[in-house]
Design a protein around this ligand. Structure first.
Ligand SMILES: *Cc1c(COP(=O)(O)O)cnc(C)c1O
Length: 396
């Protein structure tokens, strides 16, 4: 029996090695990876540039604490600021901590402005923001809050795309609106550009902050550096993680200067956040993501994946109800719960995951090629066919 907490229904497959788009299990199995450690391994496995920089830094210095200047963190923050709306960055070890930092920064901003009563954040049904006490309250999913005491107050939830509901909830206590531009865990729900623009307008009209959670959809995955760029808007705060470390635990909260200003010495901290090893890796990952052509490649391959999935939908109209996503973040909504189908794909050596109830989620490493897409589509196609025969036999 495992000595780990039983918080996951784990598969027995144990991987021991990875290479590019592939993972190899201890018993010799080779798997095509369209999951990437849940959207984390943006560069696949064994990227020589990142591995090289990791080794180099590992031999020099891992950790010093934030009591000292960390040049790798200074550099990474500057580069992130140069390539986004942001002016300042706080580094974390995970996504949830990045969202926590955004929530604290938003509240502190209004506290400093003499508007302490502005604490409330409008968030959305179907959202996922992490597993800490604050972020489960922000997500608002009863499955994750139940049994963990009184949820942290200060969050209300409305439907995505319901502008009237958002406006109805804006009041003298509202501080911010928090949204994933593409809901990941909720089922790969792409929020429309119109809705994101409307949220920006509502924030501007009422002096609220717009917080985007781009932990899953950011860092190139949507075919832009960050997914909110598709709507042509800029947020005031952004939470980032997953792809930023390409497998090394690293996250970040990005903010405009005006908002970051209230986070003075003593207001927030992290022992490990932004340490030299994590930030050396982060800089190496950023080198790769910002290489000319890298993000356009994601966009192009994503369009090809979408097209191929739509062909499959035409072939199996009774099984595939909808294809959605953007870039290399795709969802296949099935007519049935997706868990069983994801397990069959895994038997056929393709790694994917469930999102929401009925959605098969595809989050391949961003280095995926058309050839990789073809291979994945072939496995999904064959699995649907075998599955249909199976279903047919069951009916006999
Ligand atoms: C994964 C995820 C989180 C939580 O990140 P952790 O690193 O698990 O804390 C938060 N928000 C979104 C959108 C995510 O996909």
């Amino acid at each position: 029996m495992s000595a780990l907490f039983g918080t996951y229904a784990r598969s027995e497959i144990a991987f021991e090695r990875g290479e590019g788009m592939r993972l190899f299990s201890r018993d010799g199995g080779s798997y095509l990876d369209f999951l990437a450690g849940i959207g984390v391994n943006a560069l696949g496995y064994g990227d020589p540039h990142v591995t090289g920089r990791l080794k180099e830094q590992a031999e020099k210095l891992w950790h010093t604490s934030n009591l000292f200047t960390i040049e790798q963190a200074e550099l990474l923050a500057t580069r992130l600021a140069e390539n986004t709306f942001a002016d300042a960055v706080f580094f974390t070890n995970s996504g949830a901590e990045a969202v926590e930092c955004a929530i604290k920064t938003a509240r502190r901003h209004f506290f400093d402005a003499g508007q302490e009563e502005r604490q409330e954040i409008i968030a959305f049904h179907g959202a996922f923001h992490g597993r800490t006490l604050a972020t489960i309250a922000a997500g608002g999913n009863p499955k994750y809050t139940q049994g963990f005491g009184t949820p942290l107050p200060g969050f209300v939830h409305v439907d995505v795309e319901d502008i009237a509901a958002v406006k109805a909830h804006v009041g003298s206590k509202t501080a911010a609106i928090l949204i994933e531009p593409i809901q990941g865990e909720g089922g790969i729900n792409v929020v429309s550009n119109e809705f994101l623009c409307a949220l920006r307008d509502i924030c501007d009209a009422n002096g609220l902050l717009l917080i985007v959670d781009e932990i899953q959809c950011g860092f190139g995955r949507s075919g832009r550096f960050f997914a909110h760029e598709w709507a042509g808007i800029t947020p005031d705060l952004m939470a980032v993680a997953k792809g930023i470390g390409a497998g090394f635990p690293l996250g970040a909260c990005l903010a405009t200067e005006e908002v970051a200003r209230s986070m003075v010495p003593g207001t927030h901290g992290s022992t490990f956040g932004g340490n030299p090893l994590a930030c050396a890796v982060g800089n190496a990952v950023l080198d790769r993501i910002l290489e000319p052509g890298f993000i356009p490649h994601v966009q192009e391959t994503g369009e090809y994946l979408d097209w191929q999935l739509r062909q499959l939908m035409q072939k199996y109209p009774d099984r595939i109800l909808e294809v959605r996503g953007r870039g290399l973040m795709a969802g296949i909504r099935l007519a049935e719960p997706a868990g069983e189908f994801v397990a069959r794909l895994r038997d056929n050596r393709l790694l994917t995951a469930v999102a929401g109830q009925n959605v098969v989620r595809l989050l391949p490493p961003l280095i995926a090629t058309r050839g990789d897409v073809d291979e994945a589509i072939g496995i999904i196609d064959a699995t649907l066919t075998a599955n249909r025969e199976q279903l047919g036999n069951d009916n006999d």
